[in-house]
Design a protein. Structure first.
Length: 186
């Protein structure tokens, strides 16, 4: 009988051991709570960087403020003239001497005629024309905008906003985006 108790005890112990190993029965410990996945914290809102003027890097030193616009007759055919404008800047901090003009001049061009930086510097100072969106002044004739193919008045030059075809007597203005206009009358 003694062997029977031992055998029964062994069976009971083996059953208890087997039921505790890998058993899918519920246990008294509570399951781990599900962890919530938080969305990433938003980063700082990017501030748009102003687009630098494309001419700023090609015009060194950059010109001082615009003083005004000069206009001259480039080609004179009597009734029809080709007018040329150029910006005149203030001589601040010795700018005029730095770009090849007299140190004592109160005003000067942005660069010498023929200088590789002249076009960029003129565009930087004058800005864009209101009517064409090209770099250069906005031209008018007797306070009216230029009209392509006009028999009288002004016609914007097809390749250069600093030039205008003038047809007939009147007052021609070359106005920068910001600053005083230059005028020519014939």
């Amino acid at each position: 009988m003694k062997h029977r108790f031992i055998a029964i005890g062994m069976v009971l112990m083996t059953g208890a051991y087997v039921s505790s190993c890998g058993s899918s029965s519920s246990s008294t410990s509570s399951p781990n709570p599900p962890t919530a996945t938080l969305p990433p914290a938003p980063g700082p809102t990017p501030v748009p960087t102003p687009t630098p003027d494309p001419f700023l890097a090609t015009c060194v030193p950059s010109p001082p403020p615009l003083h005004g616009m000069k206009i001259k007759v480039h080609v004179d055919q009597g009734y029809r003239k080709l007018l040329d404008s150029r910006p005149i800047v203030q001589n601040l901090d010795g700018y005029c001497a730095k770009v090849g003009f007299s140190a004592s001049a109160p005003y000067c061009d942005t660069r010498q005629e023929g200088d590789a930086q002249r076009e960029a510097c003129d565009a930087l100072v004058v800005g864009k024309a209101k009517d064409t969106g090209r770099y250069g002044p906005t031209w008018t004739f007797n306070d009216k905008p230029c009209v392509a193919g006009a028999s009288e008045g002004c016609v914007n030059h097809p390749d250069n906003q600093f030039l205008v075809v003038a047809k007939g007597p009147g007052v021609y203005l070359a106005c920068p985006a910001d600053g005083p206009c230059g005028s020519f009358e014939f």
